[in-house]
Design a protein around this ligand. Structure first.
Ligand code: ATP
Length: 410
């Protein structure tokens, strides 16, 4: 606790303000920052001194083209925080770009602005615990220490959630029918019937199913009275590919269920011997019901992702050509699926520096190119651009997240 208080005190003594968006000569667009930090932050050690954030006095080699005033409400946080109705924010993007840090910092900021906030992760690697520097594991609500207002975290292990689901399906007739048919020498049909088993579907889940089951579990929780107090729910979602597959899952499950029902009809009319096997009708029906239930929950998750009144997907990226290209594809897919997207965070932008070393100069040029791409990409340029600098410390623990939240969520 003492350590947290000390960290809090030192972080609140920092001030950060962005200056203008800068443009190098002859470049279509470029973004840079002007950060004014107290000398205390400057003295934080960095393995790359030129990456350290310089104290006030801005110096840069770029021509200034004023795009954003320092006091501008860049992220539109006032809009995000207003209203007491429940809102969901899903943060997603390529692996390692800073999704968890951005999600956790948003959750801290919502909580400090008076919202009962829940931050959820469905990542088995437990990034939230690392980000908050607290043990938040266990699949239950855990209070986060530090913010002014109640902030809770929930880490769901998607594999474990699938296991639970699979066991339930098994108890409802998973392998029972197959064993029974094997015993009757109906191996061939047993194989076909194998396709009716939800348990087996879950043994080899399609990509995205784990994440979907985890999110649907969260949705179940959210319907319970214990969770009714939460007015802001922030999701730290899985990397891009999984998010996209998750959105197409209800269609996949529709197809699976269709296949199951068709097969059942086929077998039902096959032989009278099979009819006796259908003495197991009830258990098979339970397995199909379970699958149908799963499909319904997936549809609920899909609907939540599409609800423009309550939900927003925030894309997080970094200024590299690869990450921007992936973000553009993500934005296109989300649009196709009618998922509301309004904001794009470009994280880890090099802060301005009076003297760039060779490495930093090259890096900066690369970043400028990537930022140009964003401005020239019709899918991305229409989004609110939130610029977040690369800082010379690890964003870890509530004070650091508060610090990050104050410059990202303005
Ligand atoms: N602006 C920043 N400046 C400096 N370090 C940062 C910044 N943003 C994130 N980091 C650091 O980068 C690392 C990865 O961040 P984070 O875990 O938030 O990414 P992620 O996209 O959630 O990763 P994953 O996809 O693996 O879950 C962390 O060590 C974090 O502290």
């Amino acid at each position: 606790m003492e350590k947290t208080a000390a960290l809090n005190a030192s972080f609140t003594s920092y001030s950060l303000s962005f200056n203008k968006i800068l443009t190098p000569k002859n470049s279509m667009a470029a973004v840079s920052f002007l950060a004014s930090f107290s000398p205390r932050i400057h003295s934080l050690s960095s393995p790359f001194p030129s990456l350290s954030i310089k104290p006030k006095r801005p110096t840069n080699t770029f021509q200034v083209r004023s795009v954003a005033a320092p006091t501008e409400d860049v992220a539109g946080f006032d809009d995000m925080v207003s209203g007491k109705q429940r809102k969901y924010y899903m943060l997603g993007g390529k692996g390692g770009v800073g999704k968890t840090s951005c999600a956790a910092s948003l959750a801290v900021k919502f909580a400090n602005n008076g919202h009962h906030t829940l931050v959820v992760s469905t990542d088995p690697a437990h990034s939230l615990s690392d980000s908050f520097a607290q043990d938040l594991t266990g699949g239950m609500l855990v209070p986060v220490e530090g913010p002014d207002f109640p902030l809770f975290a929930l880490e769901i292990n998607p594999e474990k959630a699938r296991e639970e689901f699979r066991d339930a399906a098994k108890n409802n007739g998973g392998t029972g029918v197959k064993d029974f048919m094997d015993g009757m020498g109906l191996g061939m049909l047993a194989e076909q019937l194998g396709e009716l088993k939800l348990g087996e579907l879950l043994d080899t889940p399609p990509p995205g199913l784990d994440e979907a089951i985890a999110i649907s579990k969260v949705m179940q929780f959210l319907d319970s009275p214990q969770y009714s107090k939460f007015t802001r729910i922030v999701f730290d979602t899985a990397p891009t590919g999984h998010t996209l597959r998750l959105l197409s899952l209800p269609d996949f499950l529709d197809a699976s269920i269709g296949k199951i029902l068709k097969l059942r009809e086929k077998i039902a009319s096959a032989t009278s011997a099979i009819k006796s096997v259908f003495g197991q009708e009830e258990t098979r029906q339970n397995a199909a019901d379970k699958l149908e239930q799963l499909r319904e929950r997936m549809v609920k998750v899909r609907d939540l992702f599409r609800d423009t009144d309550s939900t927003e997907f925030v894309i997080v990226t970094i200024p590299t050509v690869m990450a921007v290209s992936e973000s553009s594809r993500l934005r296109a897919s989300l649009s196709k699926e009618n998922v509301p997207v309004r904001r794009l965070i470009v994280n880890q932008i090099l802060p301005p520096s009076a003297f760039d070393c060779k490495f930093c100069a090259v890096k900066r040029k690369d970043q400028m190119r990537a930022l140009d791409m964003i401005r020239n990409d019709p899918k991305l340029s229409s989004l609110k651009l939130i610029q977040s600098p690369l800082v010379d410390m690890e964003i870890r623990g509530v004070p650091a997240l508060k610090f990050m939240g104050d410059f990202v969520w303005k």
